[in-house]
Design a protein around this ligand. Structure first.
Ligand code: UDP
Length: 138
């Protein structure tokens, strides 16, 4: 069964939006098979965002993502990668469609409330990167 990795980003956790965001996924009939709140390490974040290494926003993004705790979710289901990307909305909250999580809760292109893996392959890679930190054993 397909899986994806979601991160509820630091500003959304600080604003106590965790319950609302989880409800949106569940209301869309997605299954949360794991949830873990944690302060992300720079080591894990640098691996997670490796594709963006060298870009001007990389250092700031790693700094932001490790500034306070995140909630990492693993969701499972048919087509879950694409469905979550659609529910999350465009990277830039100003371009996100109404009804999406980033439209409702995103503040800036960096603090855009949630991360969702972009492909099945990326999801598998990200789950492996986060596995120890979030104590995901299955
Ligand atoms: N990001 C940023 N500035 C940019 C582009 C991206 O801070 O100009 C951050 C943003 O938090 C985004 C993350 O980098 O969620 C990963 O970027 P990507 O293009 O992979 O977007 P996503 O898959 O998260 O929509």
């Amino acid at each position: 069964m397909e899986r994806t990795l979601v991160i509820i980003k630091p500003e959304a956790v600080a604003k106590k939006l965790v319950g609302k965001i989880i409800s949106i996924y569940e209301d869309n009939r997605l299954e949360i098979i794991h949830a873990h709140r944690v302060l992300a390490t720079k080591e894990v974040l640098e691996k997670h965002y490796e594709a963006h290494k060298g870009k001007d926003f990389f250092d700031g993004l790693v700094q932001f993502m490790s500034s306070s705790e995140v909630v990492v979710l693993i969701l499972e289901g048919e087509n879950v990668v694409d469905i979550v990307r659609e529910i999350n909305g465009a990277t830039n909250p100003q371009k996100a469609l109404p009804g999406t999580i980033r439209y409702m809760f995103g503040e800036t292109i960096e603090a855009n409330a949630v991360h969702g893996s972009e492909s099945v392959e990326a999801a598998e890679n990200e789950i492996a990167i986060w596995r120890d930190l979030i104590r995901f054993e299955s």
